[in-house]
Design a protein around this ligand. Structure first.
Ligand SMILES: C[S@@+](CC[C@H](N)C(=O)[O-])C[C@H]1O[C@@H](n2cnc3c(N)ncnc32)[C@H](O)[C@@H]1O
Length: 268
């Protein structure tokens, strides 16, 4: 028996050695085809979608990996809660939420799913404090041409401060519609273009932290990137740069309302 391995009282339970082994291989998709419920801050899943029906459109450039929305929905909502995605694109959030029996509204400036409503994320037509979870996978700069719409924030370079200014307006709207104590999940990646690195994630987080408390930061492994080919790996090593291997998922909480501390003695 290994030194660190101890017997547990339940004979069917795995040895403590296995429980404590932090390098355990990632869980495989379970038989009912739901993704694994994540326990660490490193999330890696081999496919864009899961289950028997598609979630979003995996042909859409910029589609969100469905398993991460599923994990946020499991952690931070209950059946019947309202989830809103203000930049819903091909509707991954809609498809995940409907299967999990959550109410859901998806908006986008250029919808690519029949249930996504056309709307600018900087002005969301919902009342204050009416939503249980907001999820956003925004543009990461101007690397993808999403639409010809002038309101498309994906037309602004991540090297331009205006990009963060416009995303901050979206964050303010997310904050307004969320109920106090509820969560915003925001997915974003850094940029390396023309020999220049831009820390898009850090810069966005700085803006989000003005309004929200950070619950945690999750590292999402990037799969199926067009640059994940032999030739790009060769170039990265030969010309001494790195290919983007992960995205950030910022989990932010709108602070719960605290009762103001009135010093009544002052009014006596
Ligand atoms: C990364 S994609 C979202 C992908 C989506 N979650 C999915 O799974 O298909 C970013 C989206 O932001 C949208 N967008 C850009 N500017 C916007 C704006 N001002 N208001 C609403 N949506 C906007 C784009 O049209 C694009 O669909």
């Amino acid at each position: 028996m290994a030194k660190s391995e101890k017997k547990t009282s339940n004979p069917k339970a795995p040895p403590l050695f296995e429980i404590n082994n932090t390098t355990a291989p990632p869980e495989k998709p379970s038989k009912d085809e739901k993704p694994p419920f994540e326990a660490t801050t490193l999330w890696d899943y081999p496919k864009q979608s899961y289950g028997k029906t598609p979630k979003g459109n995996n042909k859409f450039q910029g589609v969100t990996p469905a398993f991460l929305i599923w994990n946020l929905v499991q952690r931070y909502t209950n059946p019947g809660d309202l989830v809103v995605d203000p930049m819903a694109g091909s509707g991954t959030t809609i498809d995940v939420c409907k299967e999990e029996e959550r109410k859901v509204i998806g908006y986008d400036i250029a919808p690519k799913h029949p249930e996504v409503i056309q709307n600018d994320a900087r002005n969301i037509p919902l009342p204050d404090e009416s939503v249980d979870l907001v999820f956003i996978d925004s543009p990461y700069g101007d690397n993808v041409a999403y639409s010809d719409r002038p309101e498309d924030i994906g037309k602004i370079s991540a090297e331009d401060e205006r990009f963060y200014h416009e995303l901050e307006k979206v964050a303010i709207e997310a904050h307004r519609i969320l109920k106090p104590g509820k969560v915003l999940g925001w997915l974003i990646g850094d940029q390396w273009v023309k020999k220049k690195f831009t820390p898009v994630g850090f810069k966005l987080h700085e803006r989000l932290a003005k309004y929200f408390d950070t619950v945690d930061v999750i590292c999402i492994a990037r799969r199926g990137q067009s640059s994940h080919t032999g030739v790009w790996h060769y170039r990265a090593k030969k010309f001494n740069f790195y290919l983007r291997g992960f995205k950030y998922l910022f989990i932010m909480r709108k602070p719960a309302k605290t009762r103001s501390k009135v010093k009544w003695a002052k009014y006596k």
